[in-house]
Design a binder for this molecule. Structure first.
Ligand SMILES: [Fe+2]
Ligand SMILES: [Fe+2]
Length: 288
């Protein structure tokens, strides 16, 4: 295969009760059906909030199972709980092995690696980082062995949380530590990635579209497919709009297209919170 077409969707945040998000997903599904990429990757937060509403994960699974192309998934903090950080408050729903296993039962795995069009693609579970769970150490061991077998191929990395804001050494701040891969796991991850020809880091989580290059690595923040977060709740870093990202990989090169599926609407988080249970509302205020 000389070209590999990959569509990244993210932060679909599906829930039976939130029909505006189901409608946005339906528009994304129609677009995927029309364009038929080789693979769809959902980079996490498939569920609106599975730690408090486990049915959200099941609902997301059913809708993704109906997509007409191959899919791979990565967990988000609203699927399996969040990372502890060194500087921020403890998460109200920390990542646990049970929640990770529930995700794997629904979506096959929480990390993966494959090759296509001369590239090595790696997907990581960013939520176990800095958790101290056994699976955190297992994943780093697994990653070391997968990177060692990249054999000079360009590497594209997918994960839910961006590794950092602008640069690996950006300070970890209490107000924003849950937005990025936390220290010290971030430092370890960045060090490990230095051993390969990393070209792309594709993430979600922030619900803002962004595209920038640092140190020869293109960093793509996929927007949410479902909803945006107002400036009153979240600082503006990139572009606040719903959408998706299309990639075309060819040996030694790739292209990125920032796309909005016809019919997708910029649903605002505030309009969803009015319909959510109180516990969920508190969680959602900490959305990113
Ligand atoms: Fe999200
Ligand atoms: Fe997230």
């Amino acid at each position: 295969m000389s070209e590999f077409r990959l569509t990244q969707i993210s932060d679909t945040h599906l829930a039976r009760r939130l029909t505006a998000l189901t409608a946005n997903f339906a528009h994304v599904s129609e677009y995927i059906d029309a364009t038929r990429p080789d693979l769809v990757v959902n980079s996490g937060d498939l569920a609106f909030d599975a730690p408090t509403q486990p049915d959200d994960l099941e609902f997301a699974r059913v809708l993704h199972d109906a997509l007409p192309v191959a899919c791979r998934y990565l967990p988000g903090n609203h699927d399996i709980g969040d990372n502890p950080t060194q500087v921020g408050a403890a998460p109200s729903q920390p990542v646990t092995e049970n929640k990770r296993q529930a995700f794997i039962a629904a979506f096959c795995d929480d990390r993966w690696r494959f090759e296509a069009a001369g590239w090595c693609f790696i997907g990581l579970n960013s939520l176990v980082m800095n958790s101290g769970l056994v699976s955190e150490a297992e994943q780093f061991d697994w990653l070391a062995s997968e990177l060692a077998s990249a054999a000079g191929k360009p590497v594209a990395l997918f994960l839910h949380k961006p590794i950092y804001l602008n640069a690996p050494d950006d300070p970890e701040l209490a107000a924003t530590s849950i937005r990025y891969v936390p220290m010290p796991a971030r430092r370890r991850l960045v060090e490990m990635l230095r051993s390969v020809d990393l070209r792309l880091v594709a993430s979600g989580h922030v619900h803002q579209r962004r595209d920038y290059t640092f140190g020869g690595v293109r960093n793509i923040w996929a927007p949410s497919a479902g909803f945006i977060i107002s400036d009153a709740r979240q600082e503006r870093i990139g572009v606040k709009e719903v959408g998706l990202v299309e990639y075309r990989f060819q040996p030694d090169s790739f292209e990125v297209r920032h796309v909005r599926a016809p019919g997708q609407v910029d649903v605002d988080l505030d309009s969803l919170l009015a319909k959510a249970p109180a516990q969920e509302t508190e969680r959602a205020k900490l959305m990113i």
